[in-house]
Design a protein around this ligand. Structure first.
Ligand code: C2O
Ligand code: CU
Length: 483
């Protein structure tokens, strides 16, 4: 959707959307309520807005991007145990919310319009009360018109530090995102039907922390920690390192026993949108550089180089992070579910495409924060479904504190990074035998692959969706109701 279209659509339908909102209200919109025990230890404001940013080069036209607090890829760094009170102020001229991706928290602060909270209109605010009990590399982003808002740069990094972590001589945070830009710096359409219905609509201007690439330093012989985030809307990346042996020490923020990247298939970690990894490596003692790249693209994208600066002498590497403190599913007693990712059938596409000038239908789509066409589904259900008068029924109803094993099967020709809100799940197995056992909040499921995850269900309505944003907005989303 172009920005112009979304603006005029919203301007025209503002009143209708408000009116329809009441009819749409699901049974469980919760009014913000502070759990008795929540005493904030950190308060801050996150203000979304527009700003000029030079993505094409210093002497080329700037791009009007979106950012929180005027800082692209802003990094919040807070200690484990923080009770974060974040007041979101919506400075965009379209509705938005904030979703703290991967954080286990009370459902009412999960940031999903219609499901957990009302959409925050332009000029509106919402207070999120977020416990940061799990250390790791997380991020936050809007959960409405994500293709448009995150596509224009509205993401921030949340690093939850653990004082028990091993010490590193250098640490770098690398947020990877592509941009869809015309020569004059303006945005090309962030979604095209041919992308949305297939592998997604790719940007050609690649970036790390908003720059084409980064020249970083670390002492020769020193230990380096890299926090790498795929905050792109679309692209799947194969992260690899040359010049040093890199150890994978965390996935989606959660520690795993260190495993050498070289020992994984193709010597890379394949990472879809929303996925994060922490790598640890030792700089060569001879002062030679280390490069980090995406090896999936036809032309390798080397996005960072680490050059030796100074020198230290370290003993045997010890990179293991403290064991993640996540409730583990009881695999023997767990209830099983199976979900199949599908291309929507032709009949579904027809049934759900919009009559072009039906204001109620448009208002419904606005309030559900989705696109106008359905290309994808989960177990024959697309979001939104049926008459589109309300939120669809849950994909599954689960019991709080009970254990679940969920199989995710991909029947489509495209990979899908599947995310479950509000939980850290254990990735138990992949039918392609690709993955070490690990904790995650998003798992990439390849065409023809079945991946099994397990978790202990937390109370609330938690969406379960593909994190290729166009897939999510054209049907590949549902939710689990945990009661
Ligand atoms: Cu990054 Cu619905 O999530
Ligand atoms: Cu997908």
């Amino acid at each position: 959707m172009t920005r112009g279209a979304s603006l005029s659509r919203r301007a025209f339908l503002g009143a209708a959307a408000l009116g329809a909102g009441a009819a749409l209200a699901p049974s469980r919109i919760s009014v913000a309520r502070t759990p008795a025990a929540f005493v904030p230890t950190k308060t801050l404001t996150l203000a979304s807005g527009e700003m000029d940013f030079r993505l094409l080069g210093a002497d080329r036209p700037a791009t009007r991007i979106y950012a929180y607090d005027g800082i692209p890829f802003q990094e919040l760094r807070l200690p484990r145990g923080t009770r974060l009170e974040a007041t979101f102020e919506n400075g965009l001229d379209e509705g938005s919310t904030v979703h703290f991706h991967g954080i286990r928290m009370p459902n009412e602060y999960d940031g999903v319009p219609t499901i957990t909270q009302p959409l925050i209109q332009p000029g509106g605010r919402f207070v999120y009360r977020i416990p940061l009990d799990d250390p790791g590399t997380f991020f936050f982003h809007p959960h409405c018109d994500e293709t448009g808002q995150a596509g224009r740069g509205l993401v921030g990094v949340l690093v939850v530090e653990d004082p028990r972590d091993p010490e590193f001589d250098a640490e770098h945070v690398l947020s990877l995102k592509d941009w869809r830009l015309a020569q004059d710096g303006s945005f090309l359409n962030l979604s095209e039907p041919d992308g949305a219905s297939k592998a997604g609509t790719f940007g050609a201007t690649r970036s790390v922390n908003g720059a084409p690439s980064l020249a970083l330093t670390a002492p020769a012989g020193g230990d380096v920690r890299l926090r790498i985030l795929n905050v792109d809307s679309t692209r799947i990346m194969d992260i690899g390192v040359e010049g040093a042996e890199a150890m994978l020490i965390a996935v989606d923020g959660h520690a795993l026993p260190p495993v050498s990247l070289d020992s994984l298939p193709d010597g890379v970690w394949r990472m879809g949108p929303a996925q994060r990894i922490d790598l640890a490596l030792r700089m060569p003692t001879d002062g030679s550089p280390v490069t980090i790249g995406d090896y999936r693209a036809a032309k390798v994208y080397s996005f960072a180089t680490l050059t030796a600066k100074g020198r230290v002498k370290r003993g045997k590497p010890a990179y293991a992070l403290p064991k993640a403190n996540i409730p583990r599913a009881d695999l023997k007693k767990a209830t099983r579910h199976s979900f199949t990712l599908q291309q929507a059938t032709d009949s579904a596409v027809k049934e759900l495409s919009l009559p072009p000038d039906d204001p109620l239908a448009k208002a419904l789509l606005d309030s559900l924060c989705v696109g106008s066409t359905t290309y994808w589904g989960i177990n024959q259900n697309s979001w939104p479904t049926g008459e589109r008068r309300s939120v669809p029924p849950p994909l599954a109803t689960m019991k709080a504190d009970a254990s679940y094993r969920v199989e995710i099967k991909n029947e489509t020709r495209f990979p899908h990074p599947v995310h479950l809100h509000g939980h850290a799940f254990e990735v138990l197995s992949s039918s392609l035998d690709r993955l070490p056992r690990h904790l995650a909040d998003t798992v990439l499921v390849q065409p023809g692959e079945a991946v099994e995850i397990a978790f202990v269900a937390a109370p609330g309505d938690w969406v379960f969706h593909c994190h290729i944003l166009e897939h999510m907005e054209t049907g590949m989303m549902g939710y689990f109701r945990v009661v």
